[in-house]
Design a protein around this ligand. Structure first.
Ligand code: DLL
Length: 431
C-alpha cells in the first residue's frame, strides 16, 4: 500500500513545482534565522532561483559546519520550540547533535510510515523494532512511523539476542526492523535453536543504517523467511525514512523527495553528474523546521534513477550506497570501499556474507587482509587445497574488479565481524 498516495505518486511536474516553491521559502527562512547561512548565502535571493537547476549554484553544507557550531548553533527556531534531540553515531570526538520541533517529529513519523508501507507493512500488523532506542535515530524514528501507520510496535531495541528470539516466537510479529548485519545475527541464533524459518511469523524486514550486499539480502530472505527491503537515512537530514525500497521491485530506494531533495554530484568537483551516474549524495531539507540544511554533503556514494516504478510511486530511486567518502581506504594509491569488497565477495558462490577487513602498515605500504567465512554447508567439505583455491579465486576477483591486491583468508564461523545489535564494524585499522 502507499501511505500518502497523493504525495508519493504525484505527477512529476507538480512535484518539481512544489520542490521549487519549498526551496525558495527555505532559502528565505535560513537566511533570516541561521547566522551561518546569512553569511554564506549573502547576495542570493529566493527569487533568483528560477528552476531547481539553480540550486547547484548554492554552496554545500558539510558535517564540519555542524561540528563547528556544536551543539545547536545552526538552529532555525528558538530553543524553547524544540521537542526532541538525537545525535549521530560519530566514531571519534563529539557526536553531531540534531534537533526536532513538534512539526519535525510529525514529519519524521510520516516519512517512516511511508517507508514501512513501502517495505510491505500494513495497518494491523505487529512490528518487532530492533533498532537501538536512545540518541540513535533508528529506534524512535521507526517506532513513531510504525505507530503512525497503525502497527502494533514492540520496542525491543538492539542486543540481547536470545530475548529477541523469544519475543519473535511468542508475539508472532509480521515485520522486523534492524540493521542487516543484526538480522543475520538473529538468523544464525535462530538456526542454532533448531528453529526453521517457516516456523516463525515474520514476513517483511525493513533493514538499513549500514551498507549491505545482495548476498546478505538472499541469506536474510531465506533464513528468516522474509522479503527484505533497504531503508536509508541519516540523522542530519532526519534519521531513517529518507528513502526506502518498495517491496514490489526492491530495486532502488524511493526518496521522499517532497521533503528531502536529492542531488548527485561529482566527488571531486561538486558539479552535478549525468543522470544515472554515481557520485556523492547531497540533500536539501525542504520542510524541516529546527535544523534545515541546504545542500548537505552526505559523503555517501550512489546513483539516482527516474525510471518509472511498477509500484506507482513517482519518487526518484537511489541505488545502494556503494561507499562513503570517509570510510574509503587508500591502499597503495587505490580507493577501496569496504562495501565494494563485500559486493565482489558476493560473487564467489562458496562464501557467506560475513566478512571484515584488517588494515596494517608494513614499512611504508598499507596492506589489507580480507577475512571471510565460507558458507556453512561448504565448510563441512573443505580440504586445505580447496581453502587455498577459493581464497586465490576471491583475491583475483578483488584485484580484477577493484584494482588492488588484497590477501584473502578464509576464517571459521563467527571469526569475521558480527553485529551485536547495531551497526557492524567491518574494518579493523591497525595502522
Ligand atoms: O543510520 C539512520 C537510519 C536508521 C537509517 C535506521 C536507516 C535505518 P546515522 O547514524 O546518522 O543515521 O548514519 C547515517 O549511515 O550517511 C550512511 O552512510 C549509512 N546508512 C544509513 N542507511 C543506509 C543504508 C542512520 N540503507 C549513515 N545503506 C549514512 C547504506 C546506510 N548505508
Amino acid at each position: 500500500m502507499i501511505f500518502e498516495p497523493e504525495l508519493e505518486a504525484m505527477p512529476l511536474e507538480q512535484l518539481a513545482a512544489l520542490q521549487l516553491e519549498r526551496v525558495r521559502s527555505l532559502v528565505a527562512r535560513v537566511k533570516e534565522r541561521v547566522p551561518l547561512y546569512r553569511e554564506r548565502l549573502e547576495g542570493v535571493e529566493p527569487g533568483d532561483l528560477g528552476s531547481l537547476d539553480d540550486l547547484a549554484r548554492l554552496p554545500f553544507t558539510r558535517k564540519d559546519d555542524l561540528r563547528d557550531t556544536y551543539p545547536l548553533g545552526m538552529l532555525a527556531v528558538p530553543r524553547e520550540q524544540l521537542a526532541r534531540i538525537h545525535a549521530s553515531s560519530g566514531t571519534t570526538g563529539k557526536p553531531t547533535i540534531v534537533a526536532y520541533t513538534a512539526g519535525d517529529l510529525d514529519l519524521f513519523a510520516r516519512v517512516n510510515a511511508r517507508a514501512l508501507a513501502m517495505g510491505g507493512a500494513e495497518p494491523g500488523m505487529t512490528l518487532h523494532n530492533a533498532y537501538g532506542y536512545g540518541l540513535f535515530t533508528g529506534g524512535l524514528g521507526i517506532h513513531d512511523g510504525g505507530e503512525r501507520l497503525g502497527l502494533n510496535v514492540v520496542p525491543v531495541s538492539g542486543g540481547m539476542t536470545e530475548r529477541q528470539l523469544t519475543l519473535i516466537q511468542d508475539l508472532r510479529p509480521d515485520v522486523i526492523t534492524c540493521t542487516p548485519s543484526y538480522a543475520l545475527t538473529l538468523a544464525h541464533a535462530l538456526t542454532e535453536r533448531g528453529t526453521e524459518p517457516g516456523e516463525i511469523s515474520l514476513r517483511y524486514a525493513v533493514l538499513g543504517a549500514e551498507p549491505w550486499t545482495e548476498r546478505m539480502r538472499e541469506e536474510i530472505d531465506a533464513s528468516l523467511g522474509v522479503t527484505c527491503t533497504n531503508i536509508f537515512g541519516l540523522s542530519e537530514v532526519i534519521g531513517p525514512g529518507v528513502s526506502c525500497e518498495c517491496v514490489e521491485e526492491r530495486d532502488g530506494s524511493h526518496v521522499n523527495e517532497d521533503h528531502f531533495l536529492p542531488e548527485i554530484v561529482d566527488r571531486e568537483t561538486g558539479e552535478p553528474v549525468a543522470e544515472g551516474d554515481e557520485g556523492v549524495l547531497v540533500f536539501t531539507t525542504l520542510t524541516k523546521e529546527a535544523l534545515p540544511l541546504v545542500r548537505y554533503w552526505t559523503g555517501d556514494i550512489c546513483s539516482l534513477s527516474r525510471e518509472p516504478c511498477s509500484c506507482g510511486r513517482t519518487l526518484a530511486r537511489m541505488g545502494p550506497i556503494v561507499g562513503r567518502s570517509d570510510d574509503m581506504l587508500i591502499v597503495r594509491g587505490v580507493n577501496v570501499y569496504p562495501s565494494q569488497v563485500g559486493g565482489v565477495l558476493g560473487r564467489v558462490p562458496e562464501l557467506s556474507p560475513h566478512f571484515g577487513l584488517v588494515v596494517r602498515r608494513l614499512g611504508t605500504l598499507d596492506e589489507v587482509e580480507v577475512l571471510v567465512e565460507p558458507k556453512a554447508d561448504v565448510l563441512a567439505a573443505l580440504t586445505d587445497e580447496r581453502v587455498e583455491e577459493i581464497a586465490v579465486r576471491a583475491a583475483s576477483l578483488l584485484r580484477d574488479t577493484i584494482g588492488c591486491t588484497m590477501a584473502v583468508t578464509l576464517v571459521g564461523p563467527g571469526e569475521a565481524p558480527r553485529s551485536d545489535g547495531g551497526k557492524i564494524q567491518r574494518v579493523r585499522d591497525l595502522r
